[in-house]
Design a protein around this ligand. Sequence first.
Ligand code: SAH
Length: 212
Amino acid sequence: MEIPEERRSMVKGQIVRRGLKSTALLKAFLKVDRARFIPSQNRHLAHHDSPVPIGSGQTISQPFMAAYMLDLLEVRPEMKILEVGAGSGYVLALIAAMGARPYGIEFVPDLAGKIAPRLEGGGMGEIPVLAGDGGEGWPEFAPFDRILVSAACPRVPEPLLGQLADGGILIAPTGGAYSQVVEKVTRSSGGIQRELLSGCVFVPLRGAHGFR
Ligand code: SAH
């Protein structure tokens, strides 16, 4: 498959240049066309180094931020991975491209309804997507090997910790409504470990575990 030049330079200039090296990760970004996840009026921004509006006041994540979080998540083939705040479905497509099994939850019904057809249209196969409050997780499919929260939350929602498998990793932007820190939670037999990493800015999580 021929990879368009603008996608190559997005990966090289925004992701490789900032130090991410995982081959599986870079291959996924080369494979998935970000433009397919952006409404036509904003499609000219598809390879920009920034979030882009996708409607309903929400945005598709900046490519580097998605890459950074997926890198921290240590995605491996066949893992069950839950994304809370699936938005456009771009990150679900990247997870599928890495050979893992994504599950998505999106709060805004209008956005949620478009994700599965878009992924199937892109040849990504059937990916389970739920319209609802992702702060509650998805008990029916738990436990998950990995959980990615793609919206800002005051703290890691408690139900998600309960749905993280042993040896699992959860990544979430936690802190205030306007700026957060990427938090990494690792679950092992010895309990839960937390690390605070880089600063970041995400749209706020809604629902029971979001901001009042
Ligand atoms: N990874 C997505 C990011 C979308 S932005 C992408 O790149 O397209 C974050 C998304 O989280 C928004 O679409 C927002 O509607 C959604 N969101 C906010 N609160 C939520 C909640 N409680 N449960 C599920 N999704 C939520």
